[in-house]
Design a protein around this ligand. Structure first.
Ligand code: F6P
Length: 502
């Protein structure tokens, strides 16, 4: 029962940020921590000492530590699908047999990369990665963030079933120098299979010898990939107990490992492992993912905030908000508890965001003066990613810090249009630099924060049944097998495909 802690939380005084800072000279030190090349500052949130104590009670009542241990030990933490959640084993943290299994599969992936580098497939310059959701967002983030200067293989990640996406990618690539990676945990996803078939057709039409010989499958369903026509030697499997949105560490990360090089991929895993150890062993009040989850729950459940905004003050992390949308909203956008009873509290907020400083000139007006309370997260790196005049990076960081300060301070004015209420919360995550290790640690932090939120809420972050109904309806619409479409949908079918209006 977690009700006592929630009641305590709701009853805790709610001082303003300015009052919290004034009352507590050691606040910044108490609410900051540095781990795995990342510095976290939670001081500009409303996490008072009373609220923190109530959250620690909530964590105790919700069994957070036991759930965390069960996840690392390979327990069934995804009961609706009867599965463990073994993404940490991919980076060497977890049950020994799962770690050994993951390492074996990594060796297989590495051997294939070595073969490509040794030109066993002839000269290869491009990798066309086809997947969607968790089979695309992670690799895309990695390649976009870290692959800019790698100077190795050029990777394109195609996810959308809209043919414009594939068309744009293949227009840039030489079919004779391209390998196709089909990434799908289930190897059944409609969009991916259609894109894969069209990509294969592109190779065939270009006269490539043995087009199937240029296809690699990244999947937890190797048999299906083999049935589709991929040779067993080019199937890179991963474990069924690695969830799609937690899978970039597995063979799903193949385009990143190829584009960045194996050493970089290993550093990514090591950075994530450092965050795993922190999450697993640090006390809860000094634990970055846990503190972040406390802040998330405070705004969602105590203050009623419906959204959370993430702004990367780093162009290289421009895909991070999309990645986090799937991670947090697909994991925790639920209404049923682990025991099947309805959840009575708000679960995942709507996650959105963008890059600074662009977003300042687009959406920050609402953050400063709008009527919604939006907890904001700033993510930046101390070391510049560019080689231009250092003034670029100095301005970037100054702007990130200024926005957090302005949201908190606000400004008095007799003119209501020029009044800033202030007391608006933000968290800052400052990386020493953006490299494979710190990006690995950052993503692992986000995963564990999502898990900690789910544990506090008593929900399962590892299933995603909410995406099934729409997929089924698309199939029914395709073969017109359901006769009871609503009138609006029937009219749309008629307009687009010439169906008769019933
Ligand atoms: O539609 C949701 C989803 O199942 C995601 O969870 C998953 O990441 C994505 O589809 C792709 O699935 P697959 O990797 O099996 O193609």
């Amino acid at each position: 029962m977690t009700d006592a802690a929630w009641t305590r939380l709701a009853a805790a005084p709610q001082p303003t940020l300015q009052e919290l800072f004034a009352a507590e000279p050691g606040r910044v030190k108490r609410l900051s921590l540095t781990e795995a090349g990342l510095h976290f500052d939670f001081a500009k949130t409303h996490l008072s000492e009373e609220a923190l104590a109530a959250f620690l009670q909530l964590a105790e009542e919700a069994g957070l530590a036991a759930k965390r241990e069960a996840m690392f030990a390979g327990g069934i933490v995804n009961p609706s699908e009867g599965r463990a959640a073994e993404h940490t084993a991919e980076r060497g943290q977890g049950a020994p047999e799962s770690v050994a299994h993951a390492q074996g599969l990594h060796l297989r992936m590495r051997a294939l990369i070595d073969a490509i580098e040794a030109e066993a497939f002839g000269p290869v310059r491009h990798i066309l990665h086809i997947g969607i959701g968790g089979s695309a967002l992670g690799p895309h983030l990695l390649v976009d963030a870290l692959g800019r200067d790698a100077g190795r293989y050029e990777a394109a990640i195609v996810s959308n079933v809209d043919g414009c996406a594939l068309e744009a990618a293949i227009a840039r690539f030489d079919p004779h120098a391209t390998l196709i990676a089909i990434a799908s945990k289930t190897f059944t996803t409609t969009e991916t299979m259609l894109n894969a078939a069209s990509a294969l057709q592109w190779l065939e039409e270009a006269g490539v010898d043995d087009p199937y010989g240029r296809v690699i499958a990244l999947t937890a369903a190797p048999d299906k990939a083999i049935d589709w026509g991929v040779d067993e030697t080019r199937v890179l499997p991963f474990s069924e107990s690695v969830g799609g949105r937690y899978s970039l560490w597995s063979s799903i990360g193949f385009p990143a490992a190829l584009a960045l090089g194996w050493d970089a991929f290993e550093s990514l895993l090591e950075g994530a492992a450092a965050m795993d150890r922190h999450f697993r062993f640090a006390p809860l009040d000094k634990n970055a993912p846990v503190l972040a989850a406390f802040v998330d729950r405070y705004y969602a459940n105590v203050r009623g905030a419906g959204t959370r905004a993430v702004f990367a003050y780093d162009e290289r992390l421009r895909l991070l908000p999309s990645y986090l949308q799937q991670l947090e909203m697909e994991s925790n956008g639920k209404s049923a508890g682990l025991d099947g009873t309805p959840v009575t509290r708000a679960t995942a907020p709507i996650v959105w965001g963008g890059v600074g400083t662009d977003a300042q000139h687009a959406v920050f007006q609402l953050l400063h003066q709008g009527t919604h309370l939006v907890p904001v997260e700033f993510i930046a790196a101390i070391e510049a990613g560019d080689r231009l005049d250092p003034e670029h990076h100095r301005q970037l960081l100054l702007n990130a810090f200024a926005q957090g300060a302005a949201l908190m301070a606000g400004r008095e004015s007799e003119d209501p249009a020029r009044f800033y209420p202030g007391d608006r919360p933000s968290t800052t995550i400052l990386l020493d630099r953006l490299d494979p290790a710190t990006l690995g640690a950052l993503i692992a932090f986000c995963e564990h924060r999502t898990f900690a939120n789910a544990a506090l809420l008593g929900i399962n972050p590892f299933d995603q049944f909410g995406v099934e109904l729409g997929k089924e309806m698309a199939r029914q619409l395709d073969d017109r097998s359901a006769s009871d479409f609503d009138a609006s949908t029937a009219a749309l079918l008629a307009r687009a495909f010439g169906d008769e209006i019933p």
